[in-house]
Structures are given as C-alpha cells and as structure tokens.
Ligand binder design. Structure first.
Ligand code: 4AD
Length: 465
C-alpha cells in the first residue's frame, strides 16, 4: 500500500516500500530514457529517478519530468531504493524509483532569485569568482523584496526554526518558574519608553500610539497580583536610524516579577532562562546550527555555567585599562560596547555577560535608583558578543517617586495617570527585563544583520512585503 512520507523521514528502513512524497522541484534533468528530479521538502532533499518501463513510465512522462519548472510542487510516488553510494547534493540516504508523478502547483519559469546562488557562502562565491564561475551574488534588498523565495534556503529555514525554539524555551523556562503568560494591549494612550521613537495614530479621534514595549502594563499586572508574568509579543519602535540591529517592529520577550530584597533576583531568573535557551539550542538544533554555519560560518557562543556580572563602573575601568576613556556617567555607544565585549571575552572567556548598576541619568524614568547612591540605578543590560540583547531593572513602585522621576525626565505625567494610579493601592517591589528575540538569534549565530532573523523585516525604509 502507498504511504505518505515526509522527505526528511525517508531512510533505509523504507527500502522496498512504495511511498508518496510531496515537495518542490529542487533540480531536474532529463537524459534519454531517464529523468532525474531532486524533490525538496522542509530543507530535506531526495533524488527521484524516472526510468522508462513498460506499463509504468512512458517516454512522454520522462519528457514531462524534464519540463517541470524548478520550485513547482509535485507529488511523487515511487519505490524506496538504497543506492550503492549516497546521492551527492541530497540529504537523504535513499532514492525513489518513480512510478507516478503529479504537478500540484506550477512555479513560474523565471524565478527572481536563483536559490542555489542564494544559499552559497561568501567563501563559495569567492572561490567561484577565482575559478571564473558565474555565480550571482544575491543582495539583501533582492532577498527581502522576494522574501518568500529567499526564505526557502537551508540557512533561512534553520534561522526561523531556531527562532521558534528560543521562544519555546523562554516560555517553558518561565512556566517552570511559575510565571503566567499574559497579553498586554498594543494600542495605548502614551509612549512607554520615551517620546521620540513612537508610532502615533488616531484612535477614534483620540491620540494614541503603538506600544514600544509591554513595560507599563506588565507592571500593572504585578499590581494586580499576578506575581510573576511574561509576554511574547510585537514591539513597535519608530526608529529613524538605519542600522544592522534596529527594526521598527520586533518580537519582545518580556517578563516582570515581584522581588523580595534585591534586583539580583531578576538576574537569577534571567540567567537560568538563558542557560536553558543556549543549552536547548545546542542540543535540539544541532542540524539547524550546522545549516547556518554552512552559509554563514560562525564560532559557537561561549558562555559560563555561572553568568559573569560586572558593574557599569567595572566596564568603564576595563575600557580605561585598555586606554579607552569614556564618560563614566554616559551610555556606551555601539563601538564601545563591542570593544568592551572583546576585552571581556579575552579576560573572562565568555561571549555572554551582564553589566549592571547603570547611571540613573541614562535609564528610563521608571527605573529604581540605588539606595546607597541615587546617581546609579538598580538596572542592567545583557550582552552577547558585545551587543545588547536584554535591558532590565528594578522598577519604582512608589507613585510619588514615579511622578517625580517622570516629571524630571520631561514626560507629560497626564499621559501616565492610569499607570501611576495603579501603584496607589499597594504595589510590591518588582523588576523585570525585555529581550529582543531577533537580536538573540542574530547574535547567538553571529549573523551580521537583524534583517536576517526577522521573517518580514520592518525598518525605516521597508514596509513590504
Ligand atoms: O532596551 P529596551 O528599549 O528596553 C525596554 O523595552 C524595557 N521596557 C525593558 C525592560 O523590561 N526594562 O528594549 C529591550 C530589548 C533590547 O535589549 C533589544 O534586544 C531589543 O529589545 N530592542 C530592539 N530590537 C530590535 N530593534 C529595535 N529597534 C530594538 N529596540 C530594542
């Protein structure tokens, strides 16, 4: 009997069985009485051989196979055969000897991207150039303009399967720590992270904006007695600058929790969650990491069993020792962060570390100042390979201090009334963090641009596809 099988599951144990697979025409060639077709499904490939055979495969069928357009979707019925040696360029250890083939959906003859070229590594492209082979370099805009096709490369398939695992591991690790998953509104009345990078809109005649983070509502959920909450959801930033790490819409992994004594309790949870994510990716996604490595070679992430915590002042001192003078009360710029990342790696052998106790003046209004020196705050950033992936802090839970800090930061307190009022009926000390999902995947895999880890990126110049 016929059995529907996934291409990726086809193995030697199927030998002699008749199976039915559905996939895309990856490559195709007809040769006299033989037709060769490589069928691809979810990144896996199998060779299908059609040979003229009385009452089974006609010459007309070989001709039909030879004329199939690449990327068309076909159903192939055939017997599984173990070839004398593995078929080069396919992932499965078997081939199919075709008895029937149906084209389910025809692709256009001309593809806007040559997928084989789109999947080549820089090294391959350079080798090709030296050998005079005419590979086409597929630029980022061409890829993004034709994202549905670009996403079919093995590396892109792997990137989004890894992204899925990061969310799944984040969710599971927090559920295991008794967090509740909530969904906060994305249409809100005022900016949550400061005014300039907010998308404004008209909400039935009332000024409104797209949430720049779930910050205010996740804190309100703490005031509503949920104790420990998290959210995985969209975050909107009207970024002006066009950089390798900023998007106008990204996915935020946020959490917020009551704390008893110290913001280190938040860091303890964060570190546990991230060790779960890193270990989980290394064990569950080995194949995907390999696929990414083939196109974009990278050094595996180095991280310690106990995450390194340095104060912001210690970061400033490490830079100073290396001859780099920075203002100790101003934020680091991207280059300084990267340099510090390199210095930290040399000294502590880790790509993943925490900087905490930032100067108050460079943190959002809701950040709790340190009790011993108000010019510093109970806040932290977390870095991978010298780039920020997480920002967090203990929050102010006293409504009067919150009002004072918002005013000092030049924020219109009226737009925050419902938020500040939430703290008037008893609010526990609490803290939390926000993680950028696309940044985590980009930096775990040492990719050079956040657009590679966003399915359909939104940046200051791109709203489509
Ligand atoms: O540093 P941010 O702005 O912090 C907040 O949103 C706070 N409410 C978080 C908290 O709980 N205190 O953003 C958090 C993270 C950053 O570390 C970064 O990974 C990511 O979100 N991020 C961006 N990712 C892509 N594009 C952008 N424009 C991003 N802005 C921030």
């Amino acid at each position: 009997c016929r059995v529907w099988t996934n291409v990726g599951d086809l193995g030697q144990d199927h030998s002699g069985q008749t199976v039915l697979v559905r996939g895309r025409v990856h490559t195709v060639r007809g040769k006299g009485s033989l037709g060769f077709l490589v069928v691809r499904e979810a990144g896996h490939t199998v060779q299908c051989v059609a040979a003229v055979k009385e009452n089974v495969v006609s010459k007309g069928m070989i001709k039909y196979v030879g004329k199939l357009n690449k990327e068309s979707i076909v159903d192939v019925e055939g017997v599984v055969v173990v070839p004398p040696k593995p078929v080069e360029g396919t992932s499965q250890p078997v081939e199919l000897h075709v008895s029937k083939i149906y084209c389910i959906s025809k692709a256009a003859v001309q593809l806007p991207i040559n997928l084989e070229d789109a999947a080549r590594s820089e090294l391959d492209l350079q080798k090709g150039e030296q050998e005079g082979i005419q590979y086409v370099r597929v630029g980022q805009d061409t890829r993004l303009n034709n994202r549905v096709i670009d996403l079919r490369t093995p590396a892109n398939q792997a990137i989004f399967r890894i992204q899925c695992q990061v969310s799944a591991l984040f969710r599971q690790a927090l559920l295991d720590e008794n967090f509740v998953e909530l969904h906060t509104p994305k249409l809100i009345a005022g900016a949550s992270e400061g005014g300039s990078s907010v998308f404004k809109l008209d909400y039935k005649g009332q000024p409104a904006c797209l949430a720049q983070s779930p910050q205010l509502h996740k804190q309100m959920a703490i005031c509503a007695d949920f104790g420990r909450v998290f959210e995985i959801g969209p975050v909107f930033r009207a970024e002006d600058s066009f950089t390798h790490r900023h998007l106008c819409e990204f996915t935020g992994l946020d959490f917020e929790m009551e704390i008893k004594e110290h913001y280190f309790e938040v860091l303890d949870v964060l570190e546990k969650v991230f060790l779960t994510i890193f270990d989980g990716l290394n064990t569950k996604c080995a194949k995907q990491l390999e696929a990414i490595n083939e196109q974009y070679p990278f050094e595996p992430l180095k991280y310690l069993p106990q995450t390194l915590r340095l104060t912001f002042a210690e970061g400033v001192a490490i830079l100073k020792e290396a001859g780099i003078e920075v203002d100790p009360m101003a934020d680091f710029n991207t280059e300084t962060e990267k340099t510090l990342g390199k210095l930290v790696k040399e000294r502590y052998k880790t790509d993943f570390y925490v900087l905490h106790r930032y100067p108050s003046g460079i943190r959002p209004f809701y950040t709790m100042p340190c009790w011993d020196d108000k010019s510093y705050s109970n806040s932290f950033d977390v870095f991978i390979r010298g780039e920020e992936i997480i920002s967090g802090a203990q929050r102010i839970h006293d409504p009067e201090l919150l009002t004072k800090r918002a005013t000092e930061c030049g924020i219109d307190v009226k737009s925050l009334t419902t938020y500040i009022d939430s703290f008037r009926y008893g609010a526990p000390p609490h803290g939390g963090a926000g993680v950028g999902l696309e940044r985590v995947v980009m930096l775990f895999c040492a990719l050079n641009n956040i657009r590679k880890t966003s399915l359909f990126p939104r940046d200051p110049q791109r709203l489509a596809p």
